[in-house]
Design a protein around this ligand. Structure first.
Ligand code: TRP
Length: 337
């Protein structure tokens, strides 16, 4: 077994593709973390059913998610890549944790409040309410030290820490208390049409969202039609120039060049020049990413095999944690294994 500390994260399969924001905001760091950590990355399909969804679309979305994570550089030789529902320990631990989670405590989760702000809590599912408890189980099963997530998930990781400490205190040392690894602001990509909102798969219009498997021509068009700011100067200034700053961030993220360097290249030029240059770069990127993803999707046998191996490695760890939790919880051990 590896002596490296563990890292764990998941990205929901709620759209037909992940987008550029997921790639730079999350997956690139997941990939980098594989060097220093024993990594567990998974597709939280159990979380995806807490809101209205189509069961006919979910399997393909799950496969696409897996293929895109592999195309992004998640390495199944070093890391466990798996589907959450393949590891039943997630729901089993979630139930135990629900017994030590306060109703009021769960009710303070701002994501639940945000997601139900429009429709009201009467229309929300219990699953959406208890979602953070399942997320805590995801993390604690693997004794993960670090959890790379966006700012929007910070409170859920905080709840996870509280539950770990509470369980350890009441039932004896069982869980590693995890830390959130919040992604840097410079990696944040915004919607091209609404550059003060995060690029999001649930945006009402996808005109401002570059999906990782967009047709290259469509991606180029999205960049060229990006909303820009008043004025003419190409300068990184998120407060005054959110549109141009977002394009500069994407440029820098895709080329590895510094913002200063890119500003210098485009000094005295017009917004259109930046958009054309960036459009080409983004077009090449999605062409390459898309073809690698399709290759993986074309070999379902191999994809199934990778996910099965990932689930095996995950279960090895998860089953041990769950057995420990059951024993400490006072459940009589089953004689049937
Ligand atoms: N809730 C996370 C999101 O929507 C996804 C997720 C589920 C997750 N379980 C997790 C992230 C465990 C990190 C760790 O982004």
């Amino acid at each position: 077994m590896s002596s490296k500390p563990r890292v764990l994260s998941g990205a929901q399969p709620t759209a037909d593709s992940y987008h550029l924001g997921n790639y730079f905001g999350a997956f690139k760091q997941w990939v980098a973390l594989q060097d220093e950590f024993e990594a567990f990355y998974f597709i939280p399909d159990l979380h995806a059913i807490t809101v209205d969804y189509d069961p006919k679309l979910l399997p393909e979305r799950t496969y696409i998610a897996a293929a895109q994570l592999l195309a992004a550089g998640v390495d199944p030789k070093r890391s466990a890549l798996f589907v959450q529902s393949h590891v039943p320990e997630h729901t089993q631990l979630a139930w135990v944790l629900s017994g030590i989670t306060g109703f009021g405590e769960a009710g303070r989760m701002t994501q639940f409040k945000d997601k139900t702000a429009k429709g009201g809590t009467d229309k929300a599912s219990i699953g959406l309410f208890t979602y953070p408890i399942l997320m805590a189980a995801d993390i604690l099963l693997y004794q993960a030290a670090k959890v790379p997530v966006g700012e929007d998930q910070r409170q859920h990781v905080e709840l996870t820490r509280n539950l770990a400490q509470r369980f350890n205190h009441r039932f004896g040392e069982t869980f590693v208390v995890p830390e959130a690894h919040i992604l840097k602001a410079t990696a944040k990509i915004y919607d091209l049409q609404n550059p003060t909102a995060k690029m999001s798969g649930s945006a009402t219009s996808h005109a401002g969202v570059v999906n990782l498997t967009d047709d290259p021509k469509a991606a180029v068009k999205k960049i060229r039609s990006a909303v820009t700011d008043s004025g003419t100067e190409i300068r990184f200034d998120p407060a005054e120039k959110p549109g141009i700053s977002n394009l500069l961030t994407i440029f820098s993220a895709l080329t590895g060049r510094t913002i200063t360097d890119i500003e210098a290249e485009f000094a005295g030029q017009q917004y259109g020049h930046l958009k054309v240059a960036l459009g080409d770069i983004v077009g090449d990127f999605v062409a390459d990413f898309g073809s690698r993803t399709r290759e993986l999707l074309d070999d379902r046998g191999e994809l199934d095999r990778i996910l099965a191996e990932g689930a095996d490695s995950a279960r090895e760890v998860a089953s041990q944690t769950l057995a420990d939790v059951y024993r400490r919880s006072g459940f009589v051990p089953s004689q049937r294994g």
